[in-house]
Design a protein around this ligand. Structure first.
Ligand code: MTE
Ligand code: MO
Length: 496
């Protein structure tokens, strides 16, 4: 059996793990701030949360949307803090790539070198021994180490649980929150008890990681900081003085990286969005883009109260149209197409046989609801207007002027979103005019809104009145591919 020492790879992986895990924890807390409530059921009915991390009370007498529920956390616990969900997401996804690579190298080397003996118990007696160890710790004594090993029974079990249960659990519950994964494999979400249950378990996993780190540091302290730290720096207990100094430098470097990431995100979010976004986009397009939506929730599963985001147009013109059941509304479709059209609602309904889908809606903030949507398949409209070969994107323009309609929004100007032309042909891409068997309510986007089920909610523009086919979106708005991309720094494509 290999001696259970501290080879160089194990020490390097350990310190890299400290870096990525702390980045994941802080950015995860930022993501939590986007919707600081936890639920078990996918409809997120107000008042049914099992945990909340906010003191805000929502009004009962007027329409509020879930953006009003966002919290602002200090940078000390959140990366970057101050209500920057877009930044938190970029850091979370880039860090997870680093963390998974470190974890993969760790697993491979663990088994290749025989070091896995550290974590695999040989006998059932380890459980009573572990219990005995806990009792010993609670009486402020140190339990015996396992023969020939640098740890006691309860430590061995805890490490095994973190490495073989907790880390995989975080990856699996993280994946269960990707709208593309959920759209393609609804059974996988059900496996976790639903979307909100996966989010809640992911949070409990984060809490478990924080708990582990605290107890781990306490243990190292009790057992002898100098010696154990030296083992994790130099692989041996010689040179305790230098090891302490060097570990101080390593920890300082990690703190400096955190401070730099925070400052960069708060001061130059556009640059973070471009650089980190590019890294994540490469992986996401490869793995998640090919997935197509296959959701067929039952009628009973449809949420009684579908949550809402975005404030409806307040223009008199819009209100007059609404009173007349949008008889004067037209959808104009143009740009790089052979046959530009302007369609009223009756013509739109007649364009193709209506399609109905019962699907899970995922807001980027973290809430979900299940709704039934009926409309014209987006692919059919695209085929109808015949895009020119150079058309690559669809720009969906809306009647919402955010500055006017939602003064608390983080930006101003007309709300628009750009999607890749290829997404228009994704199964269940829909221009919906009905919801739950009735004409689309104003708060959900009347008279027309987009559904692209492999993406998070903000791509699904509501109150649409124009669709432009374009070759490039650099000249639209601030050029990032949508109002939220421009103003809140999200990625243009959001399969996660
Ligand atoms: N025009 C417009 N469309 C919009 C938004 C908006 O603010 N304005 N919000 C988006 C977001 S963030 C989400 S989650 C969904 C919410 O759809 P729902 O209100 O029907 O649940 O709409 C999307 N479409
Ligand atoms: Mo959203």
């Amino acid at each position: 059996m290999t001696t259970l020492d501290y080879p160089a790879w194990l020490r390097i992986d350990h310190w890299l793990n400290v870096l990525f895990l702390t980045l994941l924890i802080r950015s995860g807390i930022e993501v939590l701030s986007g919707y600081p409530k936890l639920y078990w059921r996918d409809d997120c009915r107000p008042g049914t949360e099992w945990a909340r991390f906010t003191r805000k009370q929502m009004p009962t007498d007027k329409l509020y949307d879930t953006l009003d529920e966002e919290e602002s956390y200090p940078s000390l616990i959140a990366l970057p803090g101050h209500r920057k969900l877009g930044m938190g997401r970029h850091w979370h996804f880039v860090s997870v790539i680093g963390w998974v690579l470190v974890g993969a190298s760790y697993y491979v080397l663990l088994f290749a070198t025989g070091q896995w003996h550290r974590y695999i118990p040989y006998s059932w007696s380890i459980f009573p021994e572990a219990w005995h160890d806990i009792v010993t710790y609670m009486s402020f004594n140190l339990p015996p180490l396992l023969p020939g090993q640098p740890m006691d029974a309860v430590q061995k079990l805890s490490y095994a649980a973190v490495i073989f249960l907790l880390a995989p659990l975080q990856i699996l519950t993280g994946a269960a929150q990707s709208p593309a994964v959920e759209a393609r494999f609804p059974w996988y979400v059900r496996l976790w008890g639903g979307r909100q249950s996966a989010r809640s378990l992911h949070f409990l996993g984060l809490a478990a990681f924080v708990g582990f780190v605290v107890v781990h540091l306490m243990m190292v302290f009790f057992w002898g900081w100098g010696q154990l730290n030296a083992a994790m720096v130099f692989g041996s207990v010689r040179n305790i003085y230098w090891a302490t100094a060097l570990s101080g430098v390593i920890v300082l470097a990690i703190v400096v990286i955190h401070i730099a990431a925070t400052q960069w995100s708060l001061r130059r979010p556009r640059s973070v969005q471009r650089r980190l976004g590019a890294i994540v986009t490469a992986g996401r397009r490869l793995v998640l883009r090919p997935l197509s939506s296959r959701q067929h929730y039952t009628r009973q599963a449809v949420s009684e109260e579908h949550r809402v985001n975005g404030k409806p147009p307040t223009a008199l013109e819009y209100k007059v149209m609404a009173v007349h059941d949008f008889a004067d509304w037209r959808l104009s479709v143009g740009g790089l197409v052979e046959r530009p059209v302007a369609l009223d609602l009756a013509e739109l309904r007649a364009l193709a046989p209506p399609r109905t889908q019962r699907v899970l809606h995922n807001c980027v903030q973290g809430w979900s609801s299940i709704g039934e949507w009926t409309g014209v398949p987006l692919g059919d409209l695209v085929d109808h207007v015949r895009p020119l070969p150079q058309a690559k994107y669809l720009c969906l323009l809306t009647m919402q002027d955010t500055g006017r309609d939602d003064p608390s929004a983080d930006g101003s100007g007309q709300f628009y979103e750009v999607i890749d032309l290829e997404l228009a042909h994704n199964a269940q891409a829909l221009l919906a005019y009905d919801m739950n068997g009735a004409p689309l309510p104003i708060k959900h986007g009347a008279p027309l809104r987009l559904r692209v089920e492999t993406q998070v909610g903000f791509k699904m523009a509501k109150w649409i009145d124009r669709i432009e086919f374009v070759e490039d979106y650099a000249g639209i708005g601030m050029g990032m591919g949508g109002w939220r991309e421009d103003n809140i720094y999200y990625d243009k494509d959001v399969e996660i």
